[in-house]
Design a protein around this ligand. Structure first.
Ligand code: M6R
Length: 371
């Protein structure tokens, strides 16, 4: 049921404040006798000790689910102190890459039925790794065949383009990193700030959804473009990949997410006065590096659209040369949840304006059950 929305993708983008609330319900603990803040993930509690002892955490997924894991990687490394590596499921299988008994392999999949991810799970089980599932479908093959897991509880997602599952996956993995990290004194303030940020996140997503009309206006400007680049780094490298995936998948426009640190190693050659480029430059430890990227793209007369923190619009663009999208600022590791929303809206409006099928993009299926 689409309610008053025209498309499922539109409905699913707009219901993210509610889906995120459901994802967190009953899992964040604030107050109580010890007055401390913590995370409770029922499906994992018997395995946390084993996960903490693992030599490596390997995230495995495809498409948007892979991107969600990539967005969570930095906070996982920070809070757990365990090396985290990333695997696209098909590539792990192609290489028969090493997976060990001492590894924890985390399988991220909205449907829980993706063939490549399921085969990678069988491979990891054969190699003796502890296998954790992060899925949106409790009865799915991945949920049933992993040793333990977390249900993301985002509600059914109908649009082929994954939107609300992406933000719920990031939130689940942020909670997972808090649960694995344990409660050491040195990380207490950081953990509590993240938990406070999680409580407030649905409200901040509600605020960023108000950009709907602004993103429709931007889509109108970009309607006839051949290509769109999206530059991100750090916590928002994944946002760049995910924003570009949405644009290519539904709006059928070539789009590429680029790690900004790689700019001078090739992509800079593409920049001229005609190619539109989104630069994600919200406030975090990488902000000054992104400012310098903006300067360099500007020097090559790039057509810039800068996604920045509220209040930064006037300062991020050299000589007011670019368009800006201001978003609310949240705890750095949660910022990808906010930053992806305008890009989801942009992809949605571009698709409608270009006259393509929003919920069933050509050649794609919701659940990819063949290799
Ligand atoms: O169900 P899964 O999360 O395992 O699906 C993985 C990808 O097929 C999926 O995320 C795909 O990339 C989406 N259509 C992107 O919007």
């Amino acid at each position: 049921n689409k309610g008053h929305y025209e498309h499922y993708m539109q409905k699913e983008i707009h219901e993210q404040p509610e889906s995120l609330t459901t994802t967190m319900r009953g899992r964040l603990i604030r107050g109580g006798s010890s007055k401390s803040k913590s995370v409770l993930l029922g499906g994992l509690k018997d395995h946390l000790k084993t996960i903490r002892r693992s030599r490596r955490i390997v995230f495995i997924g495809c498409g948007t689910s892979y991107n969600a894991a990539l967005a969570a990687r930095p906070i996982f490394e920070e809070l757990s102190g365990i090396p985290v590596t990333m695997e696209i499921a098909s590539d792990l299988l192609d290489r028969e890459g090493p997976i060990y008994r001492e590894d924890t392999a985390v399988f991220v999949s909205q449907s829980g039925e993706t063939a490549d991810t399921l085969l990678a799970l069988q491979y990891a089980l054969e190699n003796g790794a502890l296998c954790v599932g992060v899925t949106n479908t409790a009865s799915s093959a991945i949920a049933r065949n992993t040793h333990c897991g977390v249900h993301i509880n985002a509600g059914a997602e109908i649009g082929v383009a994954s939107t609300k599952a992406y933000t719920s996956q990031i939130v689940v993995m942020a909670m997972l990193s808090l649960a694995i990290g344990g409660d050491t004194i040195s990380t207490k303030a950081r953990r509590e700030a993240i938990i406070d940020g999680l409580y407030d996140l649905p409200n901040k997503v509600r605020e960023v959804l108000e950009l709907d009309q602004e993103m429709k206006d931007l889509a109108n400007l970009l309607i006839a473009e051949q290509s769109l680049l999206v530059f991100g780094r750090g916590y928002n490298y994944a946002t760049a990949l995910e924003g570009a995936l949405k644009v290519k998948e539904v709006a059928l426009m070539h789009s590429e997410g680029i790690l900004a640190g790689e700019m001078k190693h090739g992509p800079l050659a593409l920049v001229d006065e005609s190619l539109p480029i989104v630069v994600i430059a919200t406030r975090d430890a990488c902000f000054s590096k992104q400012q310098s990227v903006i300067q360099q793209l500007h020097a090559r007369r790039g057509r810039l659209i800068v996604l920045c923190s509220e209040g930064d619009a006037a300062s991020v663009c050299p000589g007011k040369s670019c368009r800006t999208i201001e978003v609310p600022q949240v705890e750095d590791c949660l910022q990808p949840v906010i930053n992806v929303v305008p890009l989801q809206l942009l992809a949605y409006h571009l698709t409608v304006l270009r006259g393509f099928n929003v919920d069933q993009p050509r050649n794609l299926a919701k659940s990819v059950t063949t290799q």
